[in-house]
Design a protein around this ligand. Structure first.
Ligand SMILES: Cc1cc2nc3c(=O)[nH]c(=O)nc-3n(C[C@H](O)[C@H](O)[C@H](O)COP(=O)(O)O)c2cc1C
Length: 310
């Protein structure tokens, strides 16, 4: 008996993506760095490194430190700036048939909308992800992202500036007592999806020198160690809102990715695990259908835990 292949497509707002596997912002460059071994075209999409109005050099060294079960980073939003992205990177992504979600960070509430207006003058992108959760910058990171009122306001301004056929995602921090409240604020502001989670706050100590290793002391923790935390935050978020949840945090295998659909995610992003294996997300796309069929599911939606609503 021939088996119908699973339906991997996912609709987020006005955009339908071919499959639900994306790369996470800041962990795969601009989607152009690994094209020889991992072309971006077959992925559900690429979420770019977060872009700001002006180019940024980021924080001073050290900026990345491996830990036994994960990674601490304090990059500080180093990026080429929106104009260089639009001029040099986006046309190449378009040529490669990549589905592109542009991650954006404004210095103040209005600048998110200004960035979108600039982007709207160019073709070749499917949506934006507002980074309201970077722990590694002095302004415009967690100070926005831990406050539901500001999240709702920024999301509403962004939605008003966004062309009607593009998707609006809002990326949330796990470093709060209720991520559900943040997600509700984004939903209220008009987000099509919320992305959970950005990095977990972490510190590494230099005992000899009796001080934290990173110049800003606190950094962002990611990788396999945070998988259970991310699953818990996605579950909490999926219970709080009715828009799609994009799950991210600690994914290192196809089964890690599928676990996010059980707790309510509609799509996933692969991050830190791409550093040692840049083609991991591509391989997950290839494995997805066969693994779903083994699990007796006709689509990722069928993996959703029935108890989620309760
Ligand atoms: C080196 C590094 C840089 C990152 N840069 C960004 C960024 O620019 N914007 C953003 O929204 N998230 C950024 N993140 C967070 C990831 O996108 C992701 O949310 C987080 O690492 C958790 O997923 P993971 O455990 O799969 O890496 C970065 C993470 C790492 C490790």
């Amino acid at each position: 008996m021939s088996q119908v292949s699973p339906d991997l497509s996912v609709q987020i707002g006005p955009v339908t993506f071919e499959n639900p596997i994306f790369t996470a912002s800041g962990t795969w460059g601009y989607g152009l760095e690994y094209t020889d071994i991992a072309p971006p075209g077959p992925l559900g999409g690429v979420v770019t490194k977060t872009l700001t109005m002006e180019p940024r050099l980021g924080n001073t060294q050290p900026r990345v430190r491996e830990q036994p079960h994960g990674l601490l980073n304090s990059i500080g939003l180093e990026n080429v700036g929106i104009n260089a992205f639009l001029g040099e990177k986006l046309p190449r992504l378009r040529f490669l048939n990549a589905s592109v979600i542009v991650s954006l960070a404004g210095r103040d509430e209005d600048e998110f909308a200004t960035l979108i207006q600039r982007l709207a003058q160019f073709p070749g992108w499917a949506g934006v992800e507002l980074n309201l959760s970077c722990p590694n910058v002095a302004r415009g990171g967690l100070d926005f992202g831990q406050d539901p009122v500001r999240i709702e306001r920024i999301t509403a301004l962004a939605r008003a500036a966004l062309p009607a056929d593009r998707s609006l995602w809002v990326k949330l921090t796990p470093n709060v007592s209720s991520i559900g409240d943040l997600a509700k604020a984004a939903e209220q502001g008009g987000a099509h999806a919320v992305t959970c989670i950005n990095t977990v706050l972490g510190v590494e100590v230099n005992l000899q020198e009796r001080r934290p290793v990173f110049p800003r002391a606190v950094a962002g923790y990611s990788g396999p160690a945070i998988l259970p935390i991310a699953l818990a935050k996605v579950l909490e978020t999926a219970r709080a809102v009715s828009i799609p949840v994009v799950g991210v945090g600690g994914i290192g295998s196809i089964d890690d990715a599928l676990a996010f659909f059980v707790v309510g995610a509609s799509a996933v992003q692969v991050g830190t695990s791409l550093f040692p294996e840049p083609d991991l997300a591509n391989r997950m796309v290839e494995q997805f259908s066969a693994r779903l069929t083994e699990l007796g599911a006709a689509s990722p939606r069928e993996l959703r835990w029935e108890g989620l609503a309760g």
